[in-house]
Design a protein around this ligand. Structure first.
Ligand code: ADP
Ligand code: MG
Length: 720
């Protein structure tokens, strides 16, 4: 293609992943400049992007503390310059353009008297509007083409710009690509889907996404391309799900027997409606004859463990074993202690296997699993070792899913019972073995927004426990700036005097970051000063401690011997201390909302009124503070996750990075296009219902598109 030499081609490939002209056309503008409208400076008011055509009146260089850097001498001290301010005017008024970067270059360009078109987001400052880092263009000759249309702004990088691929060059390339390809562009959606959903054809969409004829055409093009993207992603996921639930045999567990009933009938409390519903959903799966792949979502304390144990007992009643895998030793031990209590009336034999099990313990456990005398095994990654062989593994429960990698999950898959008579045809077996995969239940306490769940777990069935056991009091959440920390210490003292215990949590985003650890240690010392021995006892836990030191401290707190536990987020993974009713979170502005919500779930488990104190850097900006305020308004994890996603985008939410799913889509947004996502999923469902294996000729285009493998995430279908 003209204008793209080998150098530029290489740059496009490395920076944007563009290898073909077709790829190029699929790089869409993320914004449009309305060149048909030039604002008068006097008319600027709101927050939208605007374009003004104005003459440079004066330019000034500023150094630190807004001192003026002299610019009339022979030599300008560029190192002292922090900011360039340019005053511009049109016939209606004046405004300021501000540059913090590219100062020298812009200084040379902004010669008083010259006229430019400035594009940017105006903001009000001291009663006047200014623009920071506007895009600057020479005004186009009156009546030229661009002057009357929407012009796309493309994603760019420093390297691209330096390599000569500026916004304008990108526009030119797109225009050339369209001229070259448009007649040959192949539709990706069958006619019937276009008609039924009032979608415009692909060539119309591509032309208008790059060079919109008008707003209306742009809207149509955008809708079509977003729909296409969401539709194929859902079609891919649903097809996986369909293959699994309809095509493959699974272990059939139709019986409800003595083990299940003896626990069910001896529960000291009534299950919540949500728990009952979820158990029914799980049982339907387990008796269906197809492998279960179910995600169980529920806030901390909603009673997921209870559900998991009942599911495990169903497996036992049908002659199988179950394993429950937790991400950490501490959590595995806690699960084990709880589960043993639950299992007392059932007589089912339960064991625990972790990295710290002794060789002798291991031998006993390995033998018990192999001969089937152990019914339920709780453990950590140690369960995945090759030496662990089950007699008949029927159910694998994985707690806190996002901490386990895909590879580890597929190891569990291989521990199912041997298929009778060899590999079942097209069987749901591990690729490297002749074993039938156990049913899989993944539990997560990280609430995920619905649209994200539909993408991350689109091929799993999802159960939600959306109801807390009765009698739980919502945690009261308070915001305190860190220059008023004395009030927090005062409050802690009062609570401790009432016999309560307090968590103090510091952020440790990267476990290796020395600075974070310093903060923690400084904080610990400060707390020791305010809470001296022997009146107070303070324990400390962090990731750099040896395992036994950590356990010792954790235990001291869990058993009520320490009043305060100072820690990094290691407690996030689920220790249960009912007497701890206060959670103080330091530098809370550095945590994600979902993570704060998780932490907050650690208190409020007992009968006492409980509190979460979010201490934030008093210099924290307005936006970040508003984020924190949401925590005070609601205790609903899903609402918090939705908001978190809207504010930060889906890519930054906890647990999404590791998923490998394309959540940062080319044009659609999981945060904003929920309605369209639902439509696209419904259409994909309808298509598969009518034609499960996509054999119908009118679906040939769909098969072709799916084959391109864009949505084919390696190994993802084997989440279990
Ligand atoms: P999760 O795993 O979802 O965080 P758990 O299963 O650990 O929640 O339950 C938290 C606590 O609530 C446990 O002490 C458990 O015994 C108790 N619990 C579970 N279900 C109920 C219920 N329906 N009514 C009252 N208490 C319950
Ligand atoms: Mg739990």
């Amino acid at each position: 293609m003209s204008g793209v030499g080998p150098k530029r081609a290489a740059l496009l490939k490395s920076e944007l992943g563009i290898a073909t002209i077709g790829d190029l056309l699929r790089i869409y503008p993320f914004r449009y400049i309305d060149r048909s409208r030039i604002y008068r400076i006097a008319d600027i008011g709101g927050d939208a992007f605007v374009q003004v055509k104005a003459r440079v009146v004066s330019r000034t260089l500023y150094g630190p503390q807004s001192s003026v850097v002299p610019a009339d001498g022979p030599k300008i001290l560029w190192n002292a310059v922090k900011r360039l301010s340019v005053i511009v005017e049109d016939s209606s008024g004046q405004m300021e353009m501000v540059f913090f970067k590219g100062i020298r270059w812009n200084w040379e360009k902004m010669v008083p008297g010259s006229v430019f078109v400035f594009f940017g987001k105006p903001s009000e400052f001291n009663g006047r509007f200014n623009m920071v880092h506007p895009e600057v263009d020479a005004p186009l000759p009156e009546g030229s083409v661009l002057q009357n249309g929407l012009t796309g702004v493309y994603p760019s990088t420093e390297k691209l710009r330096n390599g000569g691929i500026t916004g304008k060059v990108m526009c030119k390339m797109q225009s050339a690509a369209l001229a070259l390809c448009l007649p040959e562009i192949q539709e990706t959606l069958p006619d019937y889907i276009l008609t039924e959903n009032a979608l415009c054809p692909l060539n119309y969409a591509l032309r208008n996404i790059h060079f919109p004829a008008d707003q209306y055409a742009l809207q149509k093009a955008t809708r079509r391309l977003k729909f296409e993207e969401l539709f194929f992603l859902q079609l891919f996921l649903l097809k996986q799900k369909y293959i699994r639930s309809h095509g493959n045999p699974g272990l059939s567990m139709p019986k409800v027997g003595a083990a299940f009933n003896s626990l069910y009938n001896s529960l000291p409390f009534e299950l919540t409606g949500a728990q009952k519903r979820v158990i029914r959903e799980i049982f339907e799966d387990m008796k269906s004859g197809h492998q279960m792949n179910r995600l169980l979502q529920g806030d901390v304390g909603s009673g997921k463990t209870m559900v998991a144990v009942l599911a495990a007992l169903l497996a036992i009643d049908n002659g199988y074993q179950a394993c429950i895998m937790a991400p950490t030793e501490v959590l595995a031990r806690q699960h084990y202690a709880n589960i043993c209590k639950y299992l007392e009336p059932t007589g089912v034999n339960c064991a625990i296997l972790t990295g710290s099990s002794t060789a002798k313990e291991r031998r006993g456990i390995h033998a018990g699993l192999e001969d089937g005398s152990i019914g339920i095994i709780v453990g950590t990654h140690a369960l995945l070792e090759d030496k662990v062989v089950f007699h008949r593994l029927g159910l694998a429960v994985i707690d806190e899913q996002h901490r386990f990698g895909v590879d580890q999950r597929s190891k569990l898959w291989a521990k199912g019972p041997a298929a009778e008579g060899g590999t079942p045809l097209g069987g749901n077996t591990h690729p490297d073995s002749d074993r039938i995969a156990p049913h899989v239940l993944v539990m997560t306490a990280t609430p995920i927004p619905r649209t994200l769940a539909m993408t991350l777990y689109g091929d799993l069935d999802v159960s939600v426990i959306d109801e807390l056991p009765p009698g739980r009091k919502p945690v009261k959440t308070i915001l305190v700036p860190d220059n008023r920390k004395n009030t927090v210490y005062g409050f802690m003292k009062k609570q401790i005097a009432l016999g309560r215990q307090v968590f103090v949590v510091y952020p440790l985003i990267f476990e290796s970051e020395k600075m974070d650890l310093n903060n923690l240690e400084l904080g610990y010392e400060e707390i020791l000063k305010y809470f001296p021995m022997p009146d107070y006892k303070v324990a400390i836990v962090h990731g750099q401690q040896a395992g036994d030191v950590k356990d010792f401290n954790m235990k001291a707190f869990a058993e009520g011997r320490a009043d305060i536990l100072v820690s990094t987020t290691v407690i996030e993974v689920g220790v249960d201390v009912p007497n701890a009713s206060v959670m103080v979170i330091e530098s809370s502005q550095r945590f994600g909302l979902s993570q704060l919500h998780q932490l907050r779930g650690r208190v409020g488990r007992g009968a006492d009124e409980s509190f979460c104190v979010l201490v934030y850097d008093f210099k924290t900006g307005k936006e970040a503070r508003e984020r924190l305020e949401l925590m005070c308004r609601t205790n609903d994890g899903f609402e918090i996750a939705e908001e978190d996603m809207k504010m930060r985008g889906p890519g930054d939410l906890e647990g999404t990075q590791q998923s490998g799913m394309p959540i940062n889509l080319a044009i659609a947004s999981l945060a904003r296009d929920g309605v369209l996502l639902n439509e696209a999923r419904a259409v994909a469902e309808k298509v598969l219902e009518a034609d499960p294996s996509l054999e119908d000729r009118r679906n040939a285009l769909l098969v072709k598109e799916l084959r391109k493998g864009k949505y084919d995430i390696k190994d993802y279908s084997k989440i279990s």
